[in-house]
Design a protein around this ligand. Structure first.
Ligand code: HEM
Length: 325
């Protein structure tokens, strides 16, 4: 079983699985010590070298995400406008976290490895938006691979992985929704993740009702700082709650820093995991306050933390050093 005993997705006040009576074990970490270490000796996941082909693959993917392919898959934009009616922006960004999130630093298992495709329908991936998002990713991946196969500049056999599509799409979504720029969040993301062939242990994914102690310990023990936890939680700027109609923030299709004012005000639509970012630790308080006051600071911190998340637990190949002449 999972050493942390975290439940997934449901809002049990204990952060455990609702109705099962299962008690949450304490993650048991020293938050102050780990929070300090995360700043003085940050955990830096592997960042592979990117050849010409890798960068090119990412641009091909970018173009496919923008426009989709009429009759087969929608794009993030339609007639030059954000296509939030046909693509669940929140579900897509959440999917990026749900592929990378099961990374467990202690066991070295799980992470940004494409395994989400085997985890659908299992808590916390029972939510319709994430299932729709995964279906879109399948189709975008097919279109990207068709484009790569037809491109004379691309070496034969180059195929983008599910794991890459799952991480690239979250970045493309926040850019489309008016968040950090492409140069800030999408372009630095490496590609070449290998796809796992089995599911990760998703039982350790945090539920919305998780306590401050368990949330902080989960992220700190997996190599994130409290500042990174706060920045990543800013993803809850976008999207909807489980009912798919209650917006997380006032503008669920627009990526801004409004989320942090909502956290400070204890807004009702947010989860316990959001509200506990305020009022429990000097470092998380400071990050919430900074991001509430300064949108650019949030965007920069989000872009960096998101790039780190996308390298957690990934193993790498290279698509190639050189394009064909
Ligand atoms: C910090 C711990 C986190 C917890 C406890 C958490 C929990 C949740 C829960 C309970 C939901 C509601 C959906 C449902 O219940 O089915 C949700 C939605 C969402 N989460 Fe998180 N989450 C966390 C971190 C993240 C991160 C790191 C990201 C992305 C970088 C993210 C992105 C989203 C998005 C965009 C939605 C809206 C989904 C939609 O519109 O359908 N979350 N999260």
């Amino acid at each position: 079983g999972c050493p942390f005993g975290f439940g997934g997705g449901l809002e049990d006040a204990e952060g455990g699985i609702k109705g099962t009576g299962r008690r949450l074990q304490q993650a048991g970490c020293n938050i102050n010590t780990l929070a300090q270490q995360a700043v003085t000796a940050p955990f830096v996941p592997a960042n592979p070298l990117q050849g010409q082909v890798d960068k090119y693959v990412k641009e091909v993917a970018w173009n496919v995400f923008q426009t989709g392919f009429p009759g087969f898959v929608p794009g993030l934009f339609k007639n030059g406008r954000l296509n939030s009616a046909n693509v669940p922006l929140g579900g897509l960004l959440r999917l990026s976290f749900h592929d990378a999130g099961p990374f467990n630093r202690a066991t070295g298992r799980g992470g940004a490895n494409g395994s989400l495709r085997f985890e659908l329908g299992v808590k916390p991936n029972t939510n319709q938006n994430i299932i729709i998002a995964a279906g879109l990713c399948d189709r975008w991946r097919t279109m990207i691979n068709n484009a790569l196969a037809a491109d004379p500049k691309v070496p034969r056999g180059v195929q983008i992985s599910y794991a890459d599509v799952y991480q690239l799409i979250g970045a493309a979504v926040v850019v489309a929704a008016g968040g950090p720029s492409k140069a800030e969040v999408y372009d630095p993301l490496p590609v070449g993740r290998r796809d796992a062939l089995v599911a990760d242990n998703v039982a350790q994914m945090p539920g919305g009702g998780i306590s401050w102690n368990n949330l902080a310990c989960l992220f700190l023990t997996n190599g994130y700082s409290l500042e990174e936890l706060v920045a990543l939680s800013g993803a809850h700027e976008l999207g909807f709650r489980q009912d798919r109609t209650t917006p997380m923030t006032a503008n669920p299709n627009s990526f801004t820093n409004e989320y942090f004012s909502a956290v400070i005000n204890g807004a009702r639509n947010l989860f316990n995991s959001d509200r506990v970012l305020w009022g429990n630790h000097a470092r998380s308080n400071a990050a919430v306050q900074t991001f509430a006051n300064n949108r650019a600071a949030f965007f920069t911190a989000f872009a960096k933390a998101y790039n780190k998340m996308g390298r957690m637990g990934a193993t790498w190949q290279s698509y190639g050093a050189k394009l064909k002449a």
